[in-house]
Design a protein around this ligand. Structure first.
Ligand code: B12
Length: 204
């Protein structure tokens, strides 16, 4: 168990602010960020439900930065990503929750490669109901294949490379306030106007 006494630096962790970002960060308007854990495919056992740690960590740091956050953990909600249960869930409960939260940006996690197809299925469906909402994809698989994903899936606007606690709040801020700041954020990949596209890597 992590105690404040034992790990004071973790409990008090703040997002370090770059001087350029710092100028505008305090003026931000609170945005609504929906975080999604996509369902596992049927070849993965569903008996061992697991907590989406990535989204919990990201949620904590986003809330600390005054963002309004909602997590939808599809993996623990439904049976699997390929059958009618998913279709029913998506067109019913998911759409209701989505519409009532009305997110400004969506973060999707992809813990392992076997969940990538399912993540893209969810993202494609979301883009059909809300084409302009920006999608950020993170996790092990997108960290390994950022170029390929940005090239092949234009429904994904941003990829988080490695850990997202520092880069994600900066990315959100830059996206909504000043996209020139994107190039100064380590650990993200996105498309630049007019061409290809990887941007910066920070894998620590
Ligand atoms: C713990 C763990 C598990 C746990 C569950 C973890 C959980 N709570 O969800 C258990 C034991 C259940 C598990 C099972 C499996 N695992 Co596992 N697991 C891990 C391990 C050791 C750590 C993952 C973790 O929780 N990290 C902590 C969280 C906080 O980090 P994170 O998820 O990476 O998220 C951070 C960043 O990636 C990023 N990020 C992630 N998502 C997003 C989204 C956005 C929007 C943004 C901005 C950023 C972002 O920010 C987060 C915070 O810094 C990793 C190895 C590793 N060192 O990463 C393997 C690993 C992820 N597992 C792996 C595999 C293959 C599996 C299984 C498929 C194994 C199997 N055959 O059954 C299953 C599938 C689970 C399922 N049922 O869906 C592989 C994936 C490789 C791949 N390319 O596919 C890994 C990398 C191990 C390996 N080296 O092979 N696993």
């Amino acid at each position: 168990m992590c105690s404040e006494k034992k790990y004071p630096e973790m409990i008090k962790m703040e997002v370090p602010r770059d001087s350029e970002l710092n100028k505008t960060m305090d003026n931000k308007i609170s945005k609504k960020i929906l975080l999604i854990n996509p369902p596992s495919p049927s070849f993965v056992t569903h008996k061992d439900k697991s907590i989406p740690l990535s989204l919990l960590y990201l949620s904590a740091i986003l809330k600390k930065n005054n963002y309004n956050v909602k997590i939808i953990d599809m993996n623990n909600e439904i049976i699997n990503s390929e059958d009618g249960d998913f279709e029913n869930y998506f067109s019913g409960r998911f759409i209701n929750e989505f519409n009532s939260f009305n997110p400004d940006m969506i973060g999707v996690t992809c813990l392992f490669s076997g969940r990538f197809k399912s993540a893209m299925n969810v993202i494609n469906k979301i883009k059909k109901i809300s084409p302009s909402v920006p999608i950020v994809l993170g996790g092990i698989h997108p960290t390994i294949f950022p170029r390929e994903i940005l090239k092949d899936y234009n429904v994904v606007e941003y990829i988080c490379l490695g850990e997202g606690e520092i880069s994600f709040p900066k990315l959100i801020h830059a996206h909504f306030n000043n996209q020139n700041l994107l190039k100064d954020i380590n650990g993200i990949a996105y498309r630049q106007e007019g061409g290809l596209k990887l941007i910066k890597k920070r894998l620590s």
